[in-house]
Design a protein around this ligand. Structure first.
Ligand SMILES: Nc1nc2c(ncn2[C@@H]2O[C@H](COP(=O)(O)OP(=O)(O)OP(=O)(O)O)[C@@H](O)[C@H]2O)c(=O)[nH]1
Ligand SMILES: [Mg+2]
Length: 544
């Protein structure tokens, strides 16, 4: 709706003068082509479009004060001096009557004025704080264009783009604000706030500073080296700077993609053989009947996904089809999807039913404690399930209620079996003593709830260990966007190329360092950003 309105209100674009035009037309056009056209005055609701206590309409551009002059009047009972005020006070809330250009009273609200130097957009900016009526907002959006041809509805992210173009924000801060608006959970909010506050800008600016220093040394060698007898250690100094910077960038890149994963959500897959209790576990995590549970093995066919706020972390949980050999075409597709999900998951919960894991003891489930003296049967896990167990997999042994807790000897046998099969899993430690056993396997009964609180606690520890941010950026270097990672990788390969060059290839060396400086500048938007700007600002809502 808003987009369509904006499209129809867009100012017609001015074309450059054509040679075929008659003289008079050319003269007219050339007089206007000398000065760039004035920027438009853009407007949009800064708050949601639903009913609310207050909604804010933001207007920014050279003609913003026209709205004050033609669509506001002093509030009832105000002094004479306020009646005659032609300009609003700067950055001070004033109560005004809001009127249509034809004089009809529309509302009474608070008006705030930011002159160019204190407005983020660097343009005169007015905010009307109105009663939160969608009808009123719609009406104002229709009325504003009648104030002049320069008025139009803002495009998504246009206010922020003006702030970027005015140098009031860099690209990382812009992305941080967008992420803050999009944040669903506490961890995402924290990450976005860190970025929006300029922490990452500072880090990337200082990296760029280091690259510039190295480049300046090489440039000095190129310009003056031989003639002016610049001291010998200069090339070595530049090399050392490049080595240090490469090290720093490697630390950033080696973050396990924590930032990107946190922003987009942690992917958790529940995998395991059929009938293990995977869907039951999903339902417990979701606290609702999200997936079908039956006693029929192979109940879940497709991936069932849901998004959770898990202790402040955004988690996408996927319940998957039970893994087994099958001739059933539909089930086989489900299993393929399950494997694909598991392979791209950040964390896996592999659910193994105790009664199938230790088959020989199933007949003596009631006397499991007495079986500890006899050698336990070798546990068995289906090869497909086995192949998915990796250091990011928590092993969940389910159906504790049905067969009693496994003996220590059985758990040792299970560990031995997994190790012989070359599997490592989250919490597995060589020679771990009994005290760590609770970390190695989660023993649960999803049916009666035994062990589930401990499992949730264990999962929380795993998520925090891998994704929690420390407050200081240098302690937990983190890359939040794929775009930043790409530029950092480019920087690193330029620095590596520089370091591999023989010292007499000084011109090429200078060129490689220039590439490095350029790639770092692209992260914050200092250079060559036009192609990425559209991409970044498109992600904003109208009014930001
Ligand atoms: N005794 C017992 N039964 C359980 C437990 N957890 C699940 N079940 C039962 O095991 C059966 C299978 O449970 P599901 O959650 O559907 O198992 P699944 O792993 O999703 O099975 P598929 O979708 O077939 O792969 C159901 O009858 C559940 O009620 C448990 O802790 N103890
Ligand atoms: Mg299931």
């Amino acid at each position: 709706m808003l987009r369509a309105l904006g499209g129809s209100l867009r100012a017609p674009c001015t074309r450059p003068p054509s040679r075929a035009l008659p003289r008079s037309a050319l003269a007219r056009l050339s007089s206007t082509s000398r000065a760039p056209p004035p920027p438009p005055t853009i407007f949009a609701p800064a708050t949601g479009m639903g009913k609310s206590a207050i909604s804010i309409l933001r207007i920014s551009g050279p003609d913003a004060l026209e709205v004050w002059r033609r669509m506001t009047l002093p509030a009832r009972g105000r002094t004479q001096s306020e009646r005659t005020r032609s300009e609003p006070p700067v950055r001070r809330a004033v109560l005004r009557r809001i009127v249509a250009p034809d004089g009809e009273l529309l509302d009474e609200g608070v008006v705030l004025y930011f002159p160019p130097h204190s407005a983020l957009t660097a343009q005169p900016t007015l905010e009307l704080h109105l009663h939160g009526s969608p009808a009123l907002m719609q009406l104002l959006l229709r009325l504003l264009p009648s104030l002049g041809s320069g008025f139009r509805v803002a495009e998504p992210g246009e206010f922020t783009r003006l702030a970027f173009e005015a140098g009031k924000m860099d690209l990382t801060e812009v992305e941080g604000i967008r992420d803050l608006v999009e944040a669903d959970t506490e961890a995402q909010r924290k990450l976005a706030a860190r970025q929006a506050s300029g922490q990452m800008r500072a880090a990337y600016d200082s990296m760029r500073g280091e690259a510039i220093e190295a480049m300046a040394l090489i440039e000095a060698l190129i310009d003056f080296g031989e003639d002016e007898g610049i001291s010998e250690g200069v090339y070595e100094q530049a090399r050392q700077k490049a080595v240090d910077l490469s090290e720093r960038i490697r630390k950033y890149l080696d973050d396990g993609r924590r930032g990107e994963i946190l922003r987009q959500g942690i992917h958790l897959a529940i995998v395991g053989p059929p009938n293990a209790g995977k869907s039951s576990l999903l339902n417990w995590l979701a606290q609702r009947e999200a997936a079908i549970v039956t006693a029929v093995p192979g109940t879940t066919r497709d991936v069932v996904e849901l998004a959770l706020d898990f202790h402040g972390f955004p988690v996408h949980v996927a319940d998957t089809a039970g893994l087994r050999k099958t001739r059933d075409e539909v089930e086989a597709i489900g299993i393929e999807r399950a494997v694909a999900k598991a392979e791209t998951a950040d964390i896996k919960l592999c659910v193994l039913p105790l009664d199938e894991l230790f088959p020989s003891s199933s007949s003596s489930s009631s006397s499991s404690s007495s079986t500890s003296s006899t050698a336990p049967a070798t546990p068995h896990i289906d090869p497909l399930t086995l192949s998915l167990i990796d250091p990011y997999t928590l092993l969940v042994l389910n159906k504790l209620d049905a067969r009693g807790p496994p003996t220590r000897a059985q758990l040792e046998a299970l560990k031995g079996y997994l190790r012989r099969e070359g599997r490592r899993w989250a919490g597995a430690r060589a020679g771990a003593g009994p005290r760590e056993e609770s970390d190695e396997f989660a023993l649960v009964s999803v049916r009666d709830g035994t062990g589930l609180a401990q499992l949730a606690e264990r999962l929380k520890r795993e998520v925090k260990r891998r994704f929690e941010l420390s407050d200081a950026l240098e302690e937990t270097p983190i890359v939040t966007h794929e775009r930043h990672r790409r530029h950092l990788e480019d920087t690193l390969s330029s620095l590596t190329a520089f370091l591999e060059l023989p010292s007499d290839e000084i011109v090429l060396a200078g060129e490689e360092l220039r590439y490095a400086v350029r790639s770092l500048g692209q992260i914050t938007g200092l250079v060559d950003t036009e192609e990425v700007l559209g991409e970044i600002f498109r992600g904003f809502c109208i009014g930001k």
